[in-house]
Write a protein that binds this ligand. Sequence first.
Ligand code: UD1
Ligand code: CA
Length: 455
Amino acid sequence: MSLEVVILAAGQGSRMRSSLPKVLHLLAGKPLLQHVIDRARQLSPAAIHVVAGHGADQVRAACEGQALSWVEQRQQLGTGHAVLQALPAIGDDSTVLVLYGDVPLVPVATLEALVGAAASAPALLTASLDDPAGYGRILRDADGEFRAVVEHKDATDFERAVREVNTGILAAPARLLHRYLPRVGNSNQQREYYLPDVLSLALADGVVVQTAPAESALSVMGVNDQLQLSVLERELQRQRAEALLQAGVRLADPARIDIRGSLQCGRDVFIDVNCVFTGTVVLGDGVSIGPNCVLGDTTIGAGSEVCAMSHLQSARVGSGCTVGPFARLRVGTSLGDEARVGNFVETKKAAIGAGSKINHLSYVGDCDMGGGVNIGAGTITCNYDGVNKHITRIGDGAFVGSNATLVAPVEIGPDGFVAAGSTITRPVATGELAVGRGKQRNIKGWTRPGTTDKD
Ligand code: UD1
Ligand code: CA
């Protein structure tokens, strides 16, 4: 039987107090809705229908390029009405799984089980909450069988005492939804078409309605405001840190790491506190990351060490390298094995060969550097003439003295030597020494201006 997923994402989310549609708020660097889509995708559904309304254009644009079937719900007349908009695109023979675009952490296994149970009768995911206020309550008969969902606003005080709530997530045979959803009315406090009313209608016709308990309250928690979003952020980060620990990664503090993308680690990796990982980051065996580092879309080879306060974006670091503390490796930086980039060094579009060293206070951009090169403190590649960017080439074994200014385009040949303080504008051939600085003059008998005799 084929599976059709319907994701409800038309609500405004006014309590977020933001101009961004609620489902586009980021959780671990990814829109809430994308989390839901990614999880749904793991069930291999025939289609994923997204019901959009508030900010529909923006929501759609954020999901561009993905195989999704878009349904517009112009007016938000309730969850039942929302699912009804998606039904025309769904055949009788499938199972429908309804998800909320603002409930991002439901385990895939829970969804799988729910879908599995719903082949012939609807199945509803419920949760027991200490504070069920605001939720639809699950009403059961004396035998504990499901009777109905009653919304908080429609419930009596007695019903409000029930702590078992509707998570909103349900699976049902499509033919049941086709039969009963159009019959759901809106004579309730909110004048809305409630999706769970479908269950009561089916029940009245003798259909069995199943319920399944969620594994935890957090796993089915939705986002209505920034506070709830922050709770889920910590929960997801906790899960990720736990998975890393279980995989053998050593974390100085599992509560102080943020993974906003994917982080893949080899054996014996150590990560100190307050590190942030974005995009796709790969750390090889034995890599050590110091405190307060930010790494985005970066690969680090085995045995390399990134010291405190370093920022690496779209960089590739070989094995046995040392980076930082306080290094900034920008897009297109690649370090060969055993290379060293020290404090207050910025690199961009720089291929730095094996064993080369840029230990202090330098800017190396648009640079093609061989291996075994030594760059002295304060060296700058002047890659920009105000209009265009130019390349600096530095051959194997070259030595660039401190405070050199390499005005690109320029080339230092292999084993070339640049004297400290030089401004280099012309190529330096293999093995040559280039001295490009004003000659020192010492003036004898010179008196400091403003120095007067006090007696
Ligand atoms: C709903 C359930 C309630 C449940 C709670 C769990 C109904 C009637 N009530 O209540 O039993 O305990 O969720 O969080 O189903 N949406 C649309 N179009 C609409 C209305 C809603 O797309 O016309 C979407 C929202 O964007 C949201 C989801 O459906 O993602 C739930 O809507 P919301 O208004 O939060 O439902 P609740 O009233 O909280
Ligand atoms: Ca809600």
